[in-house]
Design a protein around this ligand. Structure first.
Ligand code: NAD
Length: 366
């Protein structure tokens, strides 16, 4: 039963954890510790934290659960300071993207501590408390890696707490975690950086590539806008597993290069069709995608007031929009307005009323 929790590092992830805890469990006392004053002030005034501090101090005593949500290296540096404040029943967890290094760090600095690694598979390329939300973890996997001193009951109880924040807990060993995330997150980030570099290095002085890169290129390189410091750290912290999988990926690219050079259409087709089948089996709405997105596309004509007409119809029908964007290139999406609603009924209703007004609406369900 959690009555008091502390969060070190009130950025995107720490801030979102604080806000979600306060939305779902307002009775829990939240202590927030951050380097900058600004996030602490905002958290206090928004009710995301009850007590704020710039350092680990007596406010940390009596905590049932402590979250380390600063960059991994910083989390490691906080461990010695926490020692006097950990009671026998305190569970320590973190939010770092790599697990092996924090498990070894805790074993060395806090032997006997009840540490369960944590990694919310949600986030964004934006960082900082100002981008945190109380819905970041909704339907997102939240990986848990129990350490050596942790009982099954403690793991079960953290699993239940994470589920109560609307995330989907999944227990892995630290090694499994680092292997799996190297494949689904770390290597793809490096591939995205390399693709952006390809355009940057190959473009003409007129920058035609940069100008017309749209749809597909933007989709697969969105993550290249992530925080460079965080990715520098992740690349070094999970170095061995990343190198192994990066080599496999490079071999696969070399194989593709060979097929292209040889002009082997049949083998290329087989490769594309196998990849398409596998990719199509990952649906947008499966929990594996992270968060559920309730979006659709709507065709509008390019004239003054066109967007206003759509939003007015939604407003008149009391339908809230979470996000609205303009698709600049129609080669990948049908429809030029991309509209995201908060939930499925909201999206279905939006589609219904727009169709009644003769708009062409599309759902992209893969
Ligand atoms: P962030 O930059 O938004 O937040 C980090 C916070 O830590 C900031 O508020 C910063 O002020 C604070 N901080 C840094 N040094 C500090 C110090 N010495 N003392 C006190 N506070 C300090 O970063 P984030 O995206 O929230 O990432 C935090 C952790 O979560 C990282 O370990 C990252 O690997 C992990 N993570 C990030 C994502 C993501 O998509 N951003 C997803 C999952 C996990």
């Amino acid at each position: 039963n959690i009555r008091k929790t502390a969060i070190i590092g009130l950025g995107l992830i720490g801030g979102s954890i604080a806000k979600t805890i306060k939305r779902k469990h307002p009775e829990i006392t939240v202590v927030a510790c951050n380097r900058s004053e600004k996030a602490l002030k905002s958290a206090l005034s928004e009710g995301a934290a009850d007590i704020v501090t710039r350092s680990v101090d007596e406010n940390f005593s009596d905590c049932d659960l402590i979250f380390l949500c600063a960059p991994v290296e910083t989390n490691l540096s906080f461990l010695p300071a926490l020692k006097p404040y950990l009671k026998e029943s305190t569970v320590l967890t973190d939010a770092g993207s790599v697990k092996g290094i924090i498990h070894s760090g805790v074993s060395a600095a806090l032997p006997g501590a009840h540490f369960i690694g944590g990694h919310p598979m949600a986030g964004s390329e934006k960082s900082g408390y100002e981008n945190s939300t109380d819905r970041l973890f909704e339907n997102a996997y939240y990986l848990l890696t129990p350490g050596e001193n942790v009982s099954d009951e403690e793991t079960e109880s953290l699993k239940q707490f994470i589920a109560s924040l609307d995330a989907i807990p999944l227990v892995l060993s630290p090694a499994e975690h680092d292997h799996v995330t190297a494949a689904v997150s770390h290597v793809p980030h490096l591939a995205a950086y390399a693709l952006v570099k390809l355009i940057a290095d190959s473009d003409s002085p007129e920058e035609y590539m940069k100008r017309i890169a749209a749809g597909g290129f933007r989709d697969i390189t969105r993550i290249a806008s992530s925080d460079p410091t965080m990715w520098e750290q992740i690349s070094l912290e999970n170095r061995e597993r990343i190198s192994a999988l990066l080599k496999t990926y490079i071999n696969s690219l070399s194989g593709i290069l060979e097929l292209v050079e040889r002009g082997d259409g049949e083998k290329l087709h087989k490769l594309f069709s196998d990849a398409k089948d596998y990719r199509d089996s990952m649906t947008l709405t499966s929990p594996g995608r992270g968060q559920r997105i309730f979006d659709f596309f709507c065709d509008i004509v390019d004239e003054t007031g066109a967007i206003n007409n759509v939003t007015a119809i939604l407003f008149e029908n009391c339908i809230s929009i979470k996000n609205l964007s303009i698709v600049h290139n129609r080669s990948f999406e049908k429809g030029v307005l991309h509209i995201e609603c908060y939930d499925e009924p909201g999206r279905d209703r939006a589609i219904e009323v727009l169709k009644l007004h003769s708009y062409k609406v599309y759902i992209f369900d893969k």
